[in-house]
Ligand binder design. Structure first.
Ligand SMILES: *[C@@H]1O[C@H](CO)[C@@H](O)[C@H](O)[C@H]1NC(C)=O
Ligand SMILES: *[C@@H]1O[C@H](CO)[C@@H](O)[C@H](O)[C@H]1NC(C)=O
Ligand SMILES: *[C@@H]1O[C@H](CO)[C@@H](O)[C@H](O)[C@H]1NC(C)=O
Ligand SMILES: *[C@@H]1O[C@H](CO)[C@@H](O)[C@H](O)[C@H]1NC(C)=O
Ligand SMILES: *[C@@H]1O[C@H](CO)[C@@H](O)[C@H](O)[C@H]1NC(C)=O
Ligand SMILES: *[C@@H]1O[C@H](CO)[C@@H](O)[C@H](O)[C@H]1NC(C)=O
Ligand SMILES: *[C@@H]1O[C@H](CO)[C@@H](O)[C@H](O)[C@H]1NC(C)=O
Ligand SMILES: *[C@@H]1O[C@H](CO)[C@@H](O)[C@H](O)[C@H]1NC(C)=O
Ligand SMILES: *[C@@H]1O[C@H](CO)[C@@H](O)[C@H](O)[C@H]1NC(C)=O
Ligand SMILES: *[C@@H]1O[C@H](CO)[C@@H](O)[C@H](O)[C@H]1NC(C)=O
Ligand SMILES: *[C@@H]1O[C@H](CO)[C@@H](O)[C@H](O)[C@H]1NC(C)=O
Ligand SMILES: *[C@@H]1O[C@H](CO)[C@@H](O)[C@H](O)[C@H]1NC(C)=O
Length: 481
């Protein structure tokens, strides 16, 4: 019998098409338990999200009105570029009609994910979606954005493979003063209305209070693994796998793990060890990130996740699990890639220089930024209130001319970003290129965000920034606390 790691490697390497048969041994049930835990975990992450929102209901837009700042500690590694508008989607009895306003040249995406956080259908500036009406439907056969054979005045259908889902609209905030008011205005123009379907419901109405059920919340009497598996028993029977070839073997797997698909309950199979199953899932998750197929080497020690396992996972259940733990609701690589760099430890009198070979190559309608996080994974408090730097910043070349915003035909060439502690003010010619690190330095991490990356950003053509630890560059009035 294959061990769990082997199964994971197989799942990572090839979509599974084989049918797992009924378990006859404890070892089989034990493996099934580990895989079912990983399979169901995104449902648990969904519940965490709902509980953070509090008293919410389905098919309603909840708007984040301001950009995230250093005082915000709701989610780790927030972006400092866009606001979110969230909808908990229920397609069990009805379709949803969306109204999309005119966003002009601004980046936006309205991404629909299924119940397991597969980002299956995106409309937005990268795909040149136009203002107007769109219809969101439960459709397992034609998943994604459908533009052919669309009825009425809909621009497209968005076909989602599960009746329950989630949509988190992102809208870019520009650097202009008071732009947030224009963004709030656009948020108010987003609209969702229920369209009756005149066919039997495909699942019970999605009641978000379900996530408050004590059986689905870890506590002294209920381990995380118990909560995950109980919740999986409640929701998986109505929310099938995105990959059609998995819709036969996944129910068998869940059954082998003790889930009763008929009455939505989970009972731990006899003689299995739940702690060990969870540990196996975590071990495979850790091993996953070391597999060569998981990571793209972008050069100069920058890496990103392989695009086949970012945002929309198909049969790659281990990658789906890992993402639900570390980056729930990541978008597909067509929308954004997040090149990452190992953590940096900045001495109190040091700094980090990022030497960009040229402007990042971004499609029309996209944008880029470099964001720094402190050791708690939150934005860094600083006197400039600057949490990220990028194509909306007053970056200058070393001759002092603006990198962006100096006419339509801006020059291109090498540019430098200085990541330096907030308490060491650099000379004024660095101000536009200064990303403040914490007072006194310390361990930080950075994320690049390429929204709408051109192919050259992943195919080796673009030379990634060289990153060097240097002595701090002091301005004449620099102080050290
Ligand atoms: C879950 O419980 C919290 C705390 O009692 C409550 O504020 C919230 O409204 C509940 N959520 C739902 C979706 O019922
Ligand atoms: C929850 O929200 C609904 C509508 O948004 C409201 O009618 C209801 O009173 C709220 N419940 C609580 C406990 O706040
Ligand atoms: C949303 O659409 C409904 C139905 O067309 C309409 O009654 C409502 O005013 C619209 N809401 C917004 C915010 O545009
Ligand atoms: C949702 O579930 C809660 C708790 O079980 C219940 O009180 C509430 O009436 C349900 N709401 C609907 C609309 O069924
Ligand atoms: C948890 O278990 C303890 C001991 O069995 C019991 O006293 C307590 O009431 C239980 N708490 C809950 C929330 O079920
Ligand atoms: C669900 O079905 C199983 C198997 O028939 C049974 O053992 C269990 O008691 C049932 N649970 C509930 C809550 O009905
Ligand atoms: C269950 O597995 C855990 C972790 O592998 C181990 O520490 C524990 O002893 C096992 N429990 C039993 C009853 O075997
Ligand atoms: C990448 O990191 C390793 C280990 O820290 C280092 O030895 C190597 O020089 C780095 N390579 C580049 C191109 O920066
Ligand atoms: C860029 O510089 C202009 C002119 O000094 C200023 O108005 C604007 O706020 C600056 N933008 C940013 C993002 O710092
Ligand atoms: C600032 O001026 C120094 C000294 O002339 C130069 O080396 C450096 O490249 C300049 N930095 C920027 C961002 O223009
Ligand atoms: C804009 O570009 C021109 C030509 O390269 C240069 O002379 C001018 O100084 C630039 N202006 C700014 C504000 O960077
Ligand atoms: C340094 O401080 C002096 C006096 O406050 C001020 O005139 C000068 O502009 C400052 N220089 C810089 C680079 O900030």
């Amino acid at each position: 019998m294959m061990d769990f790691l082997t199964i994971c490697a197989v799942i990572l390497a090839f979509p599974v098409s084989s049918v797992l048969s009924q378990c006859l041994t404890t070892e089989c049930a034990q493996n099934a338990l580990a895989l079912a835990y990983a399979y169901g975990f995104p449902l648990y992450a969904y519940g965490l999200y709902v509980r953070r929102y509090g008293n919410v209901t389905t098919n309603t837009l909840y708007h984040q009105r301001a950009l995230t700042g250093a005082q915000f500690t709701g989610v780790v590694r927030p972006n400092a570029d866009t606001v979110y508008s969230t909808t908990f989607v229920d397609l069990s009895e009805n379709d949803l009609e969306l109204e999309v306003p005119d966003f002009g040249d601004r980046y936006w995406v309205w991404p629909f994910s299924d119940a397991y956080a597969n980002d299956v259908a995106n409309i937005g500036s990268i795909s040149n979606s136009t203002p107007g009406k769109y219809l969101v439907r439960y459709d397992q056969t034609n998943v994604g954005v459908q533009t052919e054979k669309v009825k009425g005045d809909y621009k497209a259908y968005l076909n989602i493979p599960t009746p329950y889902g989630i949509a988190i609209t992102r809208i870019l905030v520009k650097s202009e003063l008071n732009d947030i008011e224009a963004v709030n205005d656009l948020q108010d123009q987003l609209n969702i209305t229920l369209v009756p379907r005149y066919s039997p419901p495909v699942a019970p109405a999605f009641n978000l209070s379900l996530f408050n059920n004590t059986a689905f919340v870890p506590s002294a009497n209920n381990s995380l693994a118990q909560a995950v598996l109980s919740l999986t028993a409640a929701l998986a029977p109505y929310n099938e796998p995105e990959a059609p070839q998995d819709r036969t073997w996944v129910p068998q797997l869940l059954t082998n793990a003790g889930i009763n698909l008929a009455n939505n309950t989970w009972t731990q199979p006899s003689d299995t060890n739940l702690t060990a199953a969870q540990a196996a899932a975590n071990a495979s998750y850790n091993a996953l990130s070391t597999l060569p197929s998981y990571t793209i080497d972008l050069g100069n020690n920058w890496t990103s996740t392989a695009s086949s396992i970012q945002g929309d996972f198909g049969s790659y259940y281990q990658a789906r699990y890992r993402t639900a733990v570390v980056g729930y609701l990541a978008l597909t690589a067509e929308q954004v890639i997040y090149p990452s760099f190992p953590n940096l430890d900045i001495p109190a009198d040091g700094a980090v220089l990022f030497q960009f070979s040229a402007k990042p190559k971004i499609k029309q309608g996209g944008f880029w930024s470099l964001t720094v996080y402190n050791s708690d994974q939150y934005l860094v408090s600083n006197t400039l209130n600057r949490y990220a730097i990028g194509d909306r910043s007053n970056l200058t070349y070393s001759d002092g001319t603006l990198v962006y915003g100096n006419g339509t035909d801006d020059a291109d060439g090498p540019l430098e970003v200085l990541l330096q502690p907030n308490d060491i003010v650099p000379p004024t010619n660095w101000t536009g290129n200064w990303l403040p690190a914490p007072d006194g330095g310390g361990v930080v991490s950075v994320t690049l965000r390429w929204y709408g990356p051109e192919d050259s950003m992943t195919n080796g053509d673009y030379v990634y920034p060289k990153v060097t630890l240097i002595d701090a560059i002091r301005g004449e009035n620099a102080t050290t606390k």
